[in-house]
Write a protein that binds this ligand. Structure first.
Ligand code: ADP
Length: 463
């Protein structure tokens, strides 16, 4: 089957960039991205592509090229489903905040709504592709809904997890390490797999396109994220030991990274990982393992999260302790709020938790982030429900300029590794601060010696 029309449900961090790249690389395929959120679609259709709702290097250029040609953003969900041969589901699957599996299991209500909508609308056979990260065996649930509520048409469900990293989504999509497609081993399943392989083969060489059964594909995504997060928690665990023993975690990371079996990537100690995926996927894994009675497996992976929570808390404790055990009414400036550089995504960002701890200690937080608005910062804090909206409102000040944010502060802490932070005039910042001027580098991006020679009391992670 030759695919000529694709629909993607969900215009978020996964759906938006992925579909933009498919549209750019496959001009013969019409790609329509739909979302219930009208404002989001309006923003994707902003005449100035610099204003699209998701910031990723290179993305606005691709949208400028393809939008209106074969890439469309719309709220007409049913029309797009009806017309497409292939439907990607890229809706959000947050951790459940209620009921059974609360705080652990994935909330599949958006997925189920999508499946029911597809079943209602589809009048011809469709290929439905799971793009969101999902617990193992979700495809089975989707299939059951489609087969039992549909109009008697045939559905093939494929799992095609997204491996892009935020901040480098466009280059990851253009040059993926691999594309993974899971499907049924029946002839119809194989035909569906091949149809999707042919879409990617427009720009990805076939030896990088892996095909597996649905469950292997679903579990591979969770496993990849669990391994990646585990490396960060492992090096972060060593960072605490380094601080006690006089070793330097950057030196340790370099030394072990040169072992080709270990490799050098993802060994940077920090204030802790964030993002919508790592924690959620590991919690999912833990939940699934527990539900099969595999308690040792569950405990093993849960420790990655426990270590990460500890690392965030340790960072805020260190700030309080260093500032003579009180930060009450002190101005603490955060450079960075996003969970990593080159994205405006703040979900599960370490900054949120560190801010929450410091606000409990009655600190006043000033924030500068090149891509995050104050509204988003407040929404992130309010989501924790630690205190009233008004109290959060009074505790957070946001600035458009880093120098104003730092002026008059008792301490600065770096929460995101934005490149621009390194290039600042640190002497000027030092001159504008209370003394002693403390600098807590939660990302180890600044040069400790240079800052100390200016006069800062510099505290990195793991040294
Ligand atoms: P991700 O990082 O997984 O892409 P996002 O939250 O950025 O997650 O994006 C998911 C998008 O899916 C949101 O914009 C949300 O409005 C949209 N969405 C959720 N459910 C539906 C639905 N049933 N139909 C259309 N869009 C939906």
């Amino acid at each position: 089957m030759e695919v000529t029309k694709i629909c993607c449900i969900g215009a978020g961090y996964v759906g938006g960039p992925t579909m933009a790249v498919i549209a750019q690389k496959c001009p013969h395929i019409q790609v329509t991205v739909v979302d219930l959120n009208e404002q989001r679609i309006k923003d994707w259709n902003d005449p100035d592509t610099n204003n699209i709702p998701i910031y990723e290097p290179g993305l606005s250029e691709i949208v400028a090229e393809a939008r209106g040609r074969n890439l469309f953003f719309s709220t007409e969900v049913e029309k797009a489903i009806d017309e497409a041969q292939v439907i990607f589901i890229s809706v959000n699957t947050p951790t459940k905040t209620y009921g059974k599996g609360k705080g652990m299991a994935a909330d599949l209500k958006y997925i189920e709504l999508c499946a029911r909508q597809i079943a209602k609308v589809a009048k011809e056979n469709k290929i439905v592709v799971e793009k969101s990260t999902l617990p193992v065996r979700t495809a089975e649930a989707i299939k059951s809904i489609l087969d039992n509520t549909g109009n008697g048409v045939q559905f093939q469900i494929l799992s095609n997890p997204e491996f892009l990293a935020e901040g480098t989504a466009v280059t990851d999509l253009l040059n993926p390490d691999r594309i993974l497609i899971g499907g049924d081993t029946t002839p119809e399943g194989e035909a569906a797999i091949n149809a999707l392989v042919d879409v990617y083969a427009n720009w990805v060489s076939k030896d990088k396109i892996l095909t597996t059964n649905v469950w292997s594909s679903e579990l591979s995504k969770l496993t990849a994220n669990a391994f990646l997060a585990q490396r960060i928690s492992s090096i972060n665990a060593m960072s605490e030991l380094c601080e006690k023993t006089g070793a330097d975690v950057s030196e340790v990371a370099r030394a072990i990274g040169m072992d080709s079996r270990i490799g050098s990537k993802f060994l940077k100690a920090s204030v802790g990982f964030g993002g919508s995926c790592f924690q959620k996927d590991i919690l999912n894994l833990v939940y699934i393992a527990k539900s099969y009675g595999l308690n040792e497996v569950a405990d093993y992976w849960e420790q990655v999260i426990i270590m990460n929570d500890h690392q965030k808390r340790r960072f805020s404790n260190k700030i309080v302790q260093t500032l003579y055990n009180t930060v009450a009414d002190k101005k603490i400036t955060f450079l960075g709020w996003a969970f990593k550089k080159d994205t405006n995504d703040t979900r599960e960002s370490a900054a949120i938790y560190v801010a929450d701890d410091l606000i409990n200690e009655q600190a006043k937080i000033s924030v500068y982030d090149p891509k995050v608005s104050r509204n988003k910062m407040l929404a992130d804090l309010n989501y924790l429900e630690s205190r009233s909206v008004e109290e959060n409102n009074n505790a957070i000040l946001a600035f458009d300029n880093p120098y104003d944010a730092c002026k008059g502060s008792h301490a600065i802490s770096i929460l995101t590794e934005w490149d621009e932070f390194v290039a600042y005039d640190w002497q000027k910042i030092y001159d504008s601060m209370h003394k002693p001027a403390f600098l807590f580098d939660g990302r180890n991006i600044l040069n400790a010696k240079e800052l100390e020679s200016i006069g800062f009391v510099y505290k990195g992670i793991g040294s």
